[in-house]
Design a protein around this ligand. Structure first.
Ligand SMILES: C[S@@+](CC[C@H](N)C(=O)[O-])C[C@H]1O[C@@H](n2cnc3c(N)ncnc32)[C@H](O)[C@@H]1O
Length: 434
């Protein structure tokens, strides 16, 4: 196969994504594995794909202003989006190069007849660039769902709840590329050793990241690093990549060595492996999930991180199960709408539907109800999500407390990106009365 250019690959991924609905990460991984691109071209391809999906509504608004019959056929629309994204969002590509490359791209992809149309729209925006930049800024105030490229129903509910300033901070957060954080795995190394290895052998630049829900010198922001999966320290299981918000649920569990812990929705294991670390592998974790592929990831992660205290079991936790009881700690890290992690999963905002927030709580409540009997008297049940929505958080917990006797709410907390500087997360700790 002849070498392909990053913009061509980006259009192909975007078109496939629109046609098949496959996850962007999957498509990117597949395409980039097949193409011999330089590191810079890979970065450009990734940036175009993620950027265009993230800013889709704003880009389409720009395109619609200049065309009579929006939207254009998929491939043409994607080419225009890529052109405009380079002009208004990517500083490092000179404007004229962005136009030239995009027009050539249209020709190479068989749209020779439309190349003049692409050229006309992009050049017209180049002429009006300062005014358009101002227009885009105004749009963030007058129509934030378009100005910040989010579903309108979601922005409306956030505005009702938090008002314009905080909502804007959240929308900005969601459109900012996510940072990578490594949690040091003390089952395999010490903080001093991994820092030495990162800096001297692996050319990593990192900063310690501290919050009140985990120990100091545990989490590091990886500001510069080689591809994570290729780092020997990653392969050796010296660290796990996760957002610091995910550690709050485990902190709430109050883990002590020797305990028996049930982790009902465990895959791919970010929390299971941290629980094992706090247990110092002394105690038992029963780690369950109902998704075979994710269970495989859980297995690999436990093995890589040296977790020896976990038994992994495929289980549908929404069904009754009387076989196991008497756990000191039970974690229900429930499937949810994921509205707290939209910056990490850029295509998710377009998959979300308003009725997800009616559908998910029933599943979440069912998981809590079926899991509750496994907690020993006096033990703890922690419920967590990465949703910002009350329907999936406090309302589920209230519905549980009203219908299942014998539990008391001990602690509840929501992490908000614009307050805590981490992804969104909700955690409630309930104690089973002795
Ligand atoms: C938020 S994710 C869990 C993330 C995990 N705790 C971690 O920290 O890496 C939710 C998980 O619930 C699992 N799940 C969904 N429905 C389930 C069910 N009925 N029984 C068991 N697991 C379920 C999903 O497969 C998914 O892995």
């Amino acid at each position: 196969m002849s070498a392909q250019r990053p913009r061509e690959i980006a259009v192909r991924i975007l078109t496939q994504h629109a046609r098949t609905g496959l996850f962007l990460d999957t498509l990117l991984e597949r395409e980039l594995a097949e193409q011999p691109l330089s590191a810079a071209d890979r970065r450009l391809c990734q940036e175009l794909v993620y950027g265009v999906v993230r800013w889709r509504a704003t880009l389409d608004w720009l395109i619609a202003r200049k065309t009579d019959n929006p939207p254009q056929p998929q491939k043409l629309q994607d080419i225009l989006r890529i052109g405009l994204y380079q002009i208004f969002w990517l500083d490092r590509i000179p404007d004229h190069a962005a136009v030239h490359e995009t027009v050539e791209l249209a020709k190479r992809l068989g749209l020779t007849a439309q190349a003049g149309f692409v050229n006309a729209i992009l050049r017209s925006y180049l002429r009006e660039a300062p005014a358009t930049r101002q227009l885009l800024q105004d749009l963030q105030i007058t129509a934030p769902h378009l100005g910040w490229s989010h579903p309108e129903w979601l922005v409306r509910r956030w505005l009702d709840r938090w008002g314009p300033d905080r909502t804007r901070q959240l929308l900005h957060w969601n459109n900012t590329p996510a940072r990578n954080y490594g949690r040091v795995n003390h089952l395999k190394t010490t903080t001093a050793d991994i820092l030495r290895r990162w800096r001297s052998e692996e050319n990593v630049e990192c900063d310690v990241f501290r919050r009140d829900w985990f120990d100091d010198e545990l989490v590091y922001e990886l500001r510069r690093h080689p591809p994570l999966a290729k780092m020997p320290s990653f392969q050796d299981g010296w660290f796990y990549v996760q957002d610091p918000s995910t550690l709050l649920a485990v902190w709430s569990l109050q883990v002590r060595p020797g305990q028996r812990i049930l982790d009902t929705c465990a895959a791919p294991g970010g929390k299971t492996t941290y629980i094992a670390q706090l247990l110092r592998n002394q105690g038992r974790i029963l780690a369950r999930d109902n998704d075979p592929e994710r269970l495989e990831m859980l297995r690999e992660n436990c093995q890589r991180l040296g977790v020896t205290c976990a038994e992994i079991q495929p289980t549908d936790a929404s069904l009754p199960d009387w076989a196991r009881a008497g756990f000191d700690r039970v974690l229900v890290d429930a499937p949810c709408s994921n509205t707290g992690v939209l910056r990490r999963r850029v295509d998710l905002r377009w998959r979300l539907q308003g009725d997800d927030l009616q559908r998910m709580p029933a599943t979440q409540l069912q998981l809590l109800r079926q899991t509750a009997p496994h907690v020993r008297l006096g033990g703890l049940l922690v419920y967590s999500t990465c949703s910002l929505e009350p329907e999936e958080n406090e309302q589920v917990v209230r519905a549980f407390l009203q219908t299942v006797p014998g539990f008391a709410l001990e602690h509840e907390r929501i992490l908000l990106p614009f307050v805590d500087g981490v992804d969104g997360a909700y955690v409630a700790r309930l104690r089973r009365k002795a």
